[in-house]
Design a protein around this ligand. Structure first.
Ligand code: 1HN
Length: 349
């Protein structure tokens, strides 16, 4: 009998303890232990496909209604449905579509988050990075690494649209966001067109320049060059079972990923092929570039067309299918360099 009373008292004391904890900003580990230490990664973020046919009219409507002077950057963000309230496509990565109209300027600034761009539509806009302008044509890959001044302009006669990829959610989580406006709207042009490619992208570099930054010194990787290599690989090389033919955008100073936090790729899924599923502890954001295909993510089919964006979260099985007669070409960027640097990279079929 006495033990029943003791048991009741203990129960009441526990209730009192539990209800007192939140007021002191304390919590009981044993309540959340099982959901914290899962036997393998469990993601809140989900796979998703953003269709270009839905996004395009909204983006052009945003361009009509919101001037760049007001917006600094006129971008529609791609928000993962599993990460409500976060400006994020995965817990580490951000993606958005940016549009710049003829005559517009997206003012100069710099920030600690790294950014990549893949041009989707229109041609003749430019991105300026550290005094070098680079013209943006469809399929071109442009980098704006951590803490470099960058701005965009459009002196052409057509709207230009690109995919922005940033490590902003990661840098925010690491409490390391810094941002500054350049004193003028645009930075002065200090270098000729193609300067960084001539210096670092042709198998040479100025010999007294011994810096080995973890971001690529090359501003632009033209689609023409990437497409030529990919075509060569498709005609000469064996097919990778998971990725078909795939090239990595390289930082020539390290031989590794183009940015310290993000890796980027262009890949070719051969006609009439079904590749082998795999999964890895890095998330990928894909952009359809040419042809069409399917990414099956944990068995669910995401059928993509050019300019559609697909997110594959960490540790979800995915495989590529190309049912068509033409090669299917996909761009992607990932947080793999971060996962690898932290010794957390795992991959399995
Ligand atoms: C940014 O600076 C750009 O420079 C694009 O074009 C998107 C998203 C968040 C924060 C900064 C750009 C951005 C961004």
């Amino acid at each position: 009998m006495a033990s029943d009373v003791q048991e009741t008292r203990r129960h009441e004391d526990r209730e009192r303890l539990f209800s007192a904890l939140p007021g002191h900003h304390l919590g009981a580990l044993w309540d959340v232990y099982a959901e914290s230490l899962t036997s393998e990664p469990v993601t809140r973020e989900v796979p998703y496909l953003w269709s270009w046919s839905h996004m395009r009219p909204l983006l052009y409507e945003a361009a009509r209604l919101v001037p760049t002077d007001e917006a600094e950057r006129r971008v529609l963000m791609l928000l993962n449905p599993g990460l409500r309230g976060k400006s994020a496509i995965t817990p580490t990565l951000y993606a958005g579509l940016q549009i710049i109209l003829p005559g517009e300027v997206a003012r100069s600034h710099r920030h600690t988050p790294n950014a990549i761009r893949l041009v989707m539509e229109g041609q003749g806009a430019f991105t300026a990075v550290n005094g070098e302008r680079t013209v943006m044509n469809p399929g071109d890959f442009v980098t704006t690494p951590t803490w470099v001044w960058h701005d965009h302009g459009n002196e052409s006669d057509q709207a230009v649209v690109w995919l922005d990829g940033l490590d902003l959610p990661l840098v925010t989580t690491l409490s390391s966001v810094f941002y500054q406006k350049y004193p003028e709207r645009q930075q002065p042009v200090m270098r000729p067109l193609g300067d960084s490619t001539l210096r670092y992208g042709r198998g040479f570099r100025p010999a007294y320049d011994s810096a080995a930054t973890h971001f690529s010194p090359i501003v632009s990787y033209p689609y023409r060059d990437a497409r030529e290599l990919l075509t060569r690989m498709a005609h000469n090389d064996g097919v990778n079972p998971h990725d078909g033919h795939i090239l990595q955008y390289l930082n020539p100073l390290t031989g590794g990923a183009v940015l310290p936090t993000m890796d980027a790729f262009l890949q070719w899924i051969p006609p009439h092929s079904t590749l082998t599923a795999h999964r890895h502890t890095s998330a990928s954001v894909y952009l359809g570039v040419e042809g069409h295909g399917t990414i099956e993510i944990n068995g669910e089919a995401f059928d993509w067309e050019p300019h559609d964006v697909i997110v594959v979260p960490s540790w979800w099985h995915h495989r590529h299918v190309n049912p068509g007669d033409e090669p299917a070409i996909l761009f992607s960027f990932t947080d793999r360099p971060v996962i690898k640097a932290l010794s957390l990279y795992r991959e399995s079929e």
